[in-house]
Design a protein around this ligand. Structure first.
Ligand SMILES: [Zn+2]
Length: 283
């Protein structure tokens, strides 16, 4: 049995070698060939997929129609009522300054413990016809001022996976409660978070703690991108569990941010900790 397994592994390695040979030919990004890790040209990552042709938009949901009629002018009106956004154009229309970024979810193939972190996580299904690859990725969108969204996308090719991730991120927008809960700072402005929060996804536990002004975001890189989009400037963090599985780490960070707004607080504390809900105007 052991010998057979060894042969299997050798076969797999041979296949991989063949794949890497075929990788040498330059490929269009839209044509992902079986078994190829796509090259990531800079414009694929940096292009902001916000459609500005909202004039031709024909809303299908009530929220969309209300926006066109001018009844809703702020995304917080939707989030506060707990209404569900079903069209990404709603977010595009309400937050024109929306920024987006892909998170490094996957890893390229490599020997001796794996290669570089990549935007797309590639998985394969073994079928009779051969290996069928699938690409998944995660995107974070936000206005760097109290509104942030996270979404994931999965497809057989890289470009649709990215589009799905951005679309899902726009459908999962949340409001961030900011403030200053640091006893070293006590400045009553909204540069950090008002209290410590914790969330667990899989084995990963993420704890965010308020930090004094100027400390910066002391957290893992992908989570930092999310906090940056949320408009939080200073935070301390603690993580536990298998943080190498990036998806769980990222979702745990998002869940922790979500619990910030769920905690009920006394009115007096709003002033004491400089708490701001969502976007801060006049900045
Ligand atoms: Zn402070």
């Amino acid at each position: 049995m052991a010998e057979e397994k060894k042969e299997d592994i050798e076969e797999q390695e041979n296949q991989e070698n063949k794949d890497s040979e075929s990788e040498e030919t330059p490929l269009e990004t839209e044509e992902a060939v079986v078994g190829d890790m796509p090259k990531e040209p800079e414009d694929l990552l940096k292009e902001i997929p916000i459609k500005k042709e909202l004039e031709g938009w024909n809303p299908k949901t009530e929220i969309g129609k209300q926006i066109l009629r001018g009844e809703i002018k702020d995304i917080e009106q939707i989030i506060d009522k707990g209404r569900i956004i079903l069209e990404p154009e709603i977010v595009d229309a309400l937050i024109p300054e929306l920024e987006s970024e892909l998170l490094l979810l996957g890893q390229s193939k490599g020997k001796f413990g794996g290669g570089q972190r990549r935007v797309f996580k590639q998985t394969q299904k073994k079928t009779q016809e051969g290996n069928k690859p699938k690409f998944s990725t995660m995107a974070v969108v936000g206005n760097r001022n109290g509104i942030v969204g996270l979404g994931s996308g999965k497809a057989k090719e890289t470009v649709p996976a990215r589009e799905k991730a951005f679309r899902n991120a726009k459908l999962n927008m949340i409001k961030i409660r900011r403030g200053c809960g640091s006893w070293q700072c006590n400045c009553k402005t909204s540069h950090s978070i008002p209290f410590a929060v914790k969330a667990k996804v899989g084995s990963v536990v993420v704890e965010l703690m308020p930090a004094p002004k100027g400390k910066g975001l002391c957290i893992q890189n992908e989570c930092r991108k999310m906090l940056d989009m949320a408009g939080i400037k200073d935070v301390w963090s603690k993580t536990k569990g298998k943080t190498a599985s990036r998806a769980n780490l990222i979702i745990a960070c998002y869940e922790a941010l979500k619990t910030l707004a769920d905690v009920k607080i006394h009115e007096d504390h709003k002033e004491r900790f400089g708490i701001e809900e969502g976007a801060v105007k006049n900045e």
